[in-house]
Write a protein that binds this ligand. Structure first.
Ligand SMILES: [Zn+2]
Length: 229
């Protein structure tokens, strides 16, 4: 006959082994995640092409990337063939595109909850910051690499994310005007970490408001959203 004490003992043993299994599993998951993140960081750090872009962006206002993006945009407007980018310059911008594409992938992982924002920030936060600080670089990111704007916002670059979202909205306005639409969906420009709100605004209204905020996200009078960051 199984006594009550023995039943309780068996139950405790079963519970205990379940707890041990859980703790072991959790430690393995953590170790695997650690190994995976370390490998990702190692590949990012050792990529020669990425290194060239990183050290260029480090020069801030004097960086080649910024100057080349300005030229690329001027060329788009003027189409002056004699000022076309050289093969090396075009190759440099291609490397920049690949570099920013890497952070699009990081945003994809964060948005899909395969990577924690805190891990992404700890490993790549500084580099994402570089991509939204310089105005020319930020405009390029806003125009062609929107996921990186989202990543910068999630990482807490509120002031820079707000400016980038402003650029996105201006481009949305221009495209919608060209298509003769009455209204378009704009991004809230508060730049808060957790705000991914979009809102419909009449195109006649956009030039008046200038900046778009979801209700209750407007900065207090006399202060911009970025001042409150
Ligand atoms: Zn907002």
């Amino acid at each position: 006959m199984v006594t009550a004490a023995a039943t309780a003992g068996l139950f405790t043993m079963a519970t205990l082994s379940a707890v041990v299994a859980f703790v072991t599993w959790r430690r393995q998951v953590r170790e695997q995640r650690g190994r995976w993140l370390t490998e990702l960081l190692r590949q990012f750090s050792n990529d020669r092409s990425f290194k060239a872009i990183r050290s260029d962006l480090y020069q801030e206002e004097r960086c080649q990337t910024s100057a080349l993006l300005t030229r690329k945009n001027e060329l788009k407007l003027s189409r002056a063939a004699d000022q076309a980018l050289t093969h090396e310059e075009a190759a440099f911008l291609m490397r920049f595109d690949n570099y920013v594409g890497f952070f699009e992938l990081i945003e994809h992982l964060v948005a899909g909850k395969q990577m924690e924002v805190s891990d992404a920030s700890a490993m790549f936060g500084w580099y994402v910051g570089q991509l939204v600080e310089n105005e020319n670089v930020r405009d390029e990111v806003a125009e062609n690499f929107f996921p990186v704007v989202e990543l910068a916002r999630r990482m807490g670059y509120r002031h820079e994310a707000a400016k980038a979202l402003g650029t996105c909205n201006r481009l949305i306005y221009e495209a919608a005007s060209e298509a003769s639409l009455d209204a378009a969906r704009f991004y809230c420009e508060c730049g808060k970490r957790t705000c991914d709100k979009q809102l419909g605004v009449m195109l006649t209204r956009y030039p008046v408001v200038g900046r778009v905020y979801a209700r209750r996200h407007e900065p207090k009078p006399g202060r911009t959203a970025a001042d409150r960051a």
